[in-house]
Design a protein around this ligand. Structure first.
Ligand code: HEC
Ligand code: HEC
Ligand code: HEC
Length: 430
C-alpha cells in the first residue's frame, strides 16, 4: 500500500528545501580511516556483544536460515523496502574497511562510511543517543565475527524516496544527532533505564508511532503509542495505563514481562514477543530493573473513553456463541484464563485484558486471525500457543466475537465492524 498521495507534499517540501538539502548532502566529506584501534580488549568485545543484543541488531541484519549478521532482510516501509546490510568485517561487502569513526558516524549521524545518508528504517534516530564508548564496543565486537562475503541487496524504493536529496530533506526536517542527557537527580539506575529505552533499545521506534513521513515524533523520544508501519500491529502507549503503561505494576512483574514474555499482569504478543525473544530475555537483571524503574516513572494519562457504540444484541449473542464454541475451553467461560498445576499460563485471562479493550482493535483482530506464540524464554521455556482462526471464521464472525469480548466482563469498549477486521488482518505481520 504505497501512499502515492504523499508524493505531492514531499515534492513541494523538496523544492523549498533544496538548498538545505544540497548543503546536507555536501556537508561532510568521507572520513579517511582514522588512527583509532580496530581491535578491542576482550572486555570491550564482550560488552559490545551484550550491547548488540540490546540493540537487536542481528534480527534486522540477518535473515532466517541465512548467515547471521550478513544482512539481507528487507524492512517494509510505506515508501518501499530498505535492506539491512552486511555487518561482518568483509572488506568488500561488509564493514571490513570501516574504522571505529566510520561506525560512530553511522550510529550517531546516520551516514555511511562513504558519506551516504542512511534511511531511518535503521533506527539511528534512537541509536544516535548512545555514547561513543558503547558505539566502539559494538564495533569491536562486530570485528570479531567471521568475515562473510554477501553483497547488499539494493533498496526497492520509488522516486523521489530513492534519492539522497529526499533523504536530506527528511533529515533536515526530522533528524538531529542526539546525545543522552542524564538527569542526575533521578539516580544512576533510572538514568541507565532511560538511556537503554531511548537509545539502544529503540523502544520509541515502535512505541512512538510514525508521522506521514515515517519519522518518530519528538526525535524518537515519544512513547505515546502508534501503528507499526506496514505490519498492522499497534504498539501501545507506554504512557497510558489502559494501553502499555506499567507505572502501577510491581517491578518484578515488569521484569518478568520483559525477560520471560509473560507476567501476572500481561504478556508479550506479536512484534513484542519477538523483541523479548531476540533481545530483552538476554539482558542482565540490573538492566531489566533499570528499564522497569524508568518505565514506572513515565507520566501516565488514560486514553479517551471509547466513542464506539455497543454491539447490537443479536451480534453480541452471535459473538457469545462463537466464544463458547472456539475459545472458552482455553480462555475460560468468564474469560478468566487458565493455568497449569505448576502455575504456567496455558491461556491468558481475557477479562480485564488491555489487548481486548484497546483502541484501535488491531492487535485483538490480529491475534484471533493469526493466533500466536509467546516467546520461548528461560522463565517460560515451552509456552502454549494460540491457534489461528483466520480461515475458520469469517470477518463478520470475528467482528461479532471481538464485539462480544469488548462488551463483556465489565468491558465497555464497543463494537468492531467486519470492515475493520478486513483492514487489520492483512499486512506483513506475524
Ligand atoms: C529495525 C531494523 C534494524 C535494526 C534493529 C538495526 N538495523 Fe542497522 N540497518 C538497518 C537498515 C534497514 C539499514 C540500511 C539503511 C540504509 O542503507 O540506508 C541499516 C544500516 C546499518 C549500518 C550502515 C551500513 C552501511 O553500509 O552504511 C550500520 C553500521 C548498522 N545498520 C548497524 C547496526 C547496529 C550496530 C545495530 C544494533 C545496535 C543495528 N544496525 C540495528 C536496519 C536495522
Ligand atoms: C518492533 C516493535 C516494538 C519494539 C522495538 C518494542 N515494542 Fe513493546 N510492544 C510492541 C507491540 C506491538 C506491543 C503490543 C503487543 C503486546 O501486548 O505485547 C508491545 C507491548 C509492550 C508492553 C505492554 C505489554 C503488556 O502486556 O501490556 C510493554 C510494557 C512494552 N511493549 C515495552 C517495551 C519496551 C520497554 C521496549 C524497548 C526495550 C519495547 N517495548 C520495544 C512493539 C514493540
Ligand atoms: C488452544 C488454546 C486456545 C484457544 C482455543 C484460543 N486461545 Fe487465545 N490464546 C491462547 C494462548 C496460549 C495465548 C497467548 C498467545 C500469545 O501470547 O502469543 C492466547 C492469546 C489470546 C489473546 C491475546 C491476549 C494477551 O494477553 O496476549 C486474545 C485476545 C485471545 N487469545 C483470544 C482468543 C479468542 C477470541 C479465541 C477463540 C476464537 C481464542 N483466543 C482461542 C490460547 C488459546
Amino acid at each position: 500500500m504505497r501512499k502515492r498521495w504523499l508524493l505531492a507534499p514531499l515534492l513541494l517540501i523538496a523544492a523549498l528545501a533544496v538548498v538545505i538539502a544540497w548543503l546536507n548532502v555536501r556537508g561532510e566529506a568521507p572520513i579517511a580511516g582514522d588512527a583509532a584501534p580496530t581491535h578491542g580488549t576482550p572486555d570491550q568485545v564482550a560488552r559490545g556483544e551484550y550491547l548488540a543484543r540490546i540493540g537487536n541488531c542481528a534480527t534486522c541484519h540477518g535473515v532466517r536460515g541465512g548467515v547471521p549478521w550478513a544482512g539481507g532482510r528487507g524492512i517494509a516501509t510505506p515508501f518501499g523496502t530498505v535492506y539491512a546490510g552486511n555487518l561482518t568485517p568483509d572488506d568488500d561487502t561488509g564493514l571490513g574497511r570501516w574504522s571505529a569513526a566510520h561506525f560512530w558516524r553511522a550510529m550517531h549521524h546516520g551516514r555511511s562510511a562513504d558519506g551516504r545518508l542512511l534511511y531511518p528504517a535503521f533506527p539511528y534516530p534512537d541509536f544516535s543517543r548512545i555514547t561513543r564508548e558503547d558505539s566502539d564496543a559494538i564495533y569491536f565486537f562486530l570485528r570479531t565475527l567471521p568475515a562473510v562475503r554477501q553483497p547488499a541487496t539494493p533498496h526497492a524504493l520509488d522516486f523521489p524516496y530513492s534519492s539522497q536529496a529526499a533523504l536530506a530533506v527528511w533529515r533536515a526536517l526530522f533528524f538531529r544527532p542526539g546525545a543522552f542527557e542524564p538527569e542526575p537527580a533521578r539516580g544512576p539506575a533510572w538514568n541507565r533505564g532511560a538511556y537503554l529505552v531511548r537509545g539502544l533499545g529503540h523502544c520509541g521506534a515502535c512505541h512512538g508511532g510514525r508521522n506521514l513521513f515515517g519519522a518518530t515524533p519528538e526525535g524518537g523520544q515519544s512513547l505515546a503509542g502508534g501503528l507499526i508501519p506496514m505490519r498492522n500491529w499497534y504498539a501501545p502507549a507506554l504512557t497510558a495505563p489502559d494501553q502499555a503503561g506499567v507505572a502501577d505494576w510491581e517491578t518484578a512483574h515488569i521484569v518478568a514481562l520483559l525477560r520471560d514474555g509473560t507476567s501476572p499482569r500481561g504478556s508479550a504478543l506479536g512484534p513484542m514477543a519477538d523483541v523479548v525473544y531476540r533481545s530483552l530475555q538476554h539482558l542482565r537483571d540490573d538492566d531489566l530493573n533499570a528499564i522497569a524503574l524508568f518505565l514506572k516513572s513515565l507520566p501516565q494519562q488514560r486514553s479517551a473513553a471509547s466513542s464506539r457504540k455497543p454491539p447490537d444484541p443479536a451480534q453480541k449473542e452471535a459473538g457469545a456463541k462463537l466464544y463458547e464454541t472456539h475459545c472458552a475451553d482455553c480462555h475460560g467461560a468468564k474469560g478468566q484464563g487458565a493455568r497449569s498445576g505448576a502455575g504456567v499460563v496455558i491461556a491468558p485471562a481475557l477479562a480485564g485484558n488491555r489487548v481486548v479493550t484497546m483502541e484501535p482493535p488491531a492487535n485483538l483482530i490480529r491475534v484471533i486471525v493469526h493466533g500466536g506464540f509467546q516467546p520461548a524464554t528461560r522463565g517460560n521455556p515451552r509456552p502454549f500457543g494460540m491457534p489461528p482462526f483466520g480461515l475458520a471464521l469469517s470477518d463478520a464472525q470475528i467482528a461479532a466475537l471481538a464485539g462480544y469480548l469488548r462488551s463483556s466482563w465489565g468491558h465497555q469498549a464497543g463494537e468492531v465492524l467486519p470492515q475493520e477486521v478486513a483492514r487489520w488482518r492483512g499486512g506483513a505481520g506475524e
